[in-house]
Write a protein that binds this ligand. Sequence first.
Ligand code: GUN
Length: 281
Amino acid sequence: MKILDGKQIAGEIRAELRARAEAFESKYGKKAGLAVLLIGDDPASAIYVRNKTRDCEEAGIRSFSYTLPADATQEEAEALIDELAADENVHGILVQLPLPAHLREDRLLAHIPYEKDVDGFSAYNIGSLALGSPAAVACTPKGVMRLLARYGISVSGKRAVVIGRSKIVGRPMAMLLLNADATVTVCHSKTKGLAEICREADILVAAVGKANFVTAEMVKEGAVVIDVGINRVDGKLCGDVDLASVKEKASFLTPVPGGIGPMTVAMLLENTLEAAERQMS
Ligand code: GUN
């Protein structure tokens, strides 16, 4: 079994993006800018947001950090997004999810113009992805595809199984794999015969959010196993895959931490630069 080292590849990509960010700055006389909005006090979200702003600065992208309290109203949040949408120094807007329960996520995200939607969550960007045409693509699934590509793992003609159907990972992941000519099955909480379906996968993507969910009996000999889960067990980070048993069967495996997580942030930086370049050209 080989480890797919997302941390190392993400570091290489960030170095490439730094050069691209410098080129942007010297061409346009200002930095590419990303606004990150955190609403409420979810501790995991606070850590993700801090990492995103830190990595932006390191890559030569200007970051604008905003926090609203957990009881912020829909109108307050929308007004802030409208302001950022009109700001010429802000090329990308990211609203960290999940939102506090009283806020309407769909309505809030609709205030992000699709040109600044660096998460690829807008209806326009998801529609473009579904049609197979280039668009801003959600960072985590984009990071999965990039990691596979960097390791020379081909997707075309392969059987791919995605466990999870979220807007952030499962759905865009399935569409990207389909666009790359895989035969794709999406499994979820109501799927019957999950283990049997997973055992057919040449490429198995776990995006469930449950520690040790994927066990060796769900994995075909020689499969590529991508672990998108970030779970905390006894204070320790772990993914959705039961590493101890699955490592005996998989040909390639992504670790947690150090696998897909760093790739997600690298793709966010890339999406921001691409958005900035499109807006300036
Ligand atoms: N929460 C967990 N992952 C993500 C992500 O990729 N983007 C946003 N906006 N929120 C998230």
